[in-house]
Design a protein around this ligand. Structure first.
Ligand SMILES: [Zn+2]
Ligand SMILES: [Zn+2]
Length: 279
């Protein structure tokens, strides 16, 4: 009797564990337009000269993942103050502009900042962390190495970048080093893929109808960077970048995932426009 009870409970846990790492029903992935970036000279995006003489019109996408257990904002885009500049803004090497704030776009799906339970950024560059302070009331899921980098003396000295996220020092934090399962059911996983920055990450979202979707962060900036495995000159570690590309491609192949390069307009433009979503 006892034996069959044990067998039955093993079977029950197998069923539950089995269903725990695939998809969660009712997970929705919304794509937000978090800015436009004219990369005036692509040379710095490939250390071996592959992009010399080219420029690129890039987008800058952010994402909202709505899950029955909470809502995650992935990346926060260019600083919202840029929206007030009708011509956008030129910074060395780039021209940046912004049509809508994250708050404008959350309103389009009936949400506000307060509905963002978790915020996470692929990495701390200004075009991803530009509005992080607006979400200091959310739980911040952050790779330990990125956190150490963001609050290093060197970054504190870079006032413009640092002021976009300085309030996060007091935010409620969930730190991790390897991969991080956001909702504990395998449906939304932050993958550690260092190299672009010390704690750079990508995001895997397993959707019921669409299947697995991988968001690249800045592991790749454009379709050709994936094809040619180019490493930007400003990455913190070239070897780690190549290892992360290997891990990413193995995962994409294993899962048959849809890959979305976050700065590639061809990829993000193919996703549903708000208030639409993938599920
Ligand atoms: Zn970057
Ligand atoms: Zn970027």
């Amino acid at each position: 009797m006892k034996k069959s009870f044990l067998a039955a409970s093993a079977l029950i846990s197998a069923i539950f564990l089995g269903s725990a790492d695939a998809t969660a029903a009712d997970v929705k992935l919304y794509t937000l337009d978090c800015g436009d970036i004219h990369m005036k000279d692509l040379a710095i995006f490939a250390k071996d000269g592959e992009f010399n003489g080219r420029d690129n019109q890039a987008g800058d996408a952010c994402f909202v993942v709505k899950h029955p257990k909470g809502t995650l904002l992935w990346d926060t885009g260019l600083p919202k103050a840029i929206k007030d500049l009708p011509e956008g803004m030129s910074v060395p090497g780039f021209h940046i502009s912004l049509k809508k704030t994250i708050q404008d776009q959350l309103a389009e799906i009936g949400m506000s900042e307060k509905d963002i339970d978790y915020v996470s950024i692929s990495h701390s560059h200004f075009d991803h962390a530009g509005n992080l302070n607006d979400f200091a009331g959310s739980k911040w899921i952050v790779h330990e190495n990125e956190y150490a980098h963001m609050f290093s003396d060197a970054m504190r000295a870079q006032a413009q970048t640092f002021s976009a996220y300085d309030k996060m020092e007091n935010a409620e934090k969930i730190t991790f080093t390897g991969d991080h399962d956001v909702f504990g059911d395998g449906s939304v996983t932050i993958l550690s893929m260092p190299g672009h920055t010390p704690g750079h990450t990508t995001l895997l979202v397993n959707l019921e109808k669409e299947g697995p979707v991988l968001l690249t962060g800045d592991l790749y900036h454009l379709t050709d960077s994936r094809k040619l495995r180019t490493v930007p000159t400003f990455n913190t570690n070239a070897d780690d970048t190549l290892k992360s590309m290997d891990a990413f491609e193995a995962k994409a192949k294993e899962l048959g995932a849809r890959v979305v390069i976050q700065h590639e307009k061809k990829d993000t433009g193919a996703l549903p426009k708000l208030p639409g979503y993938l599920d």
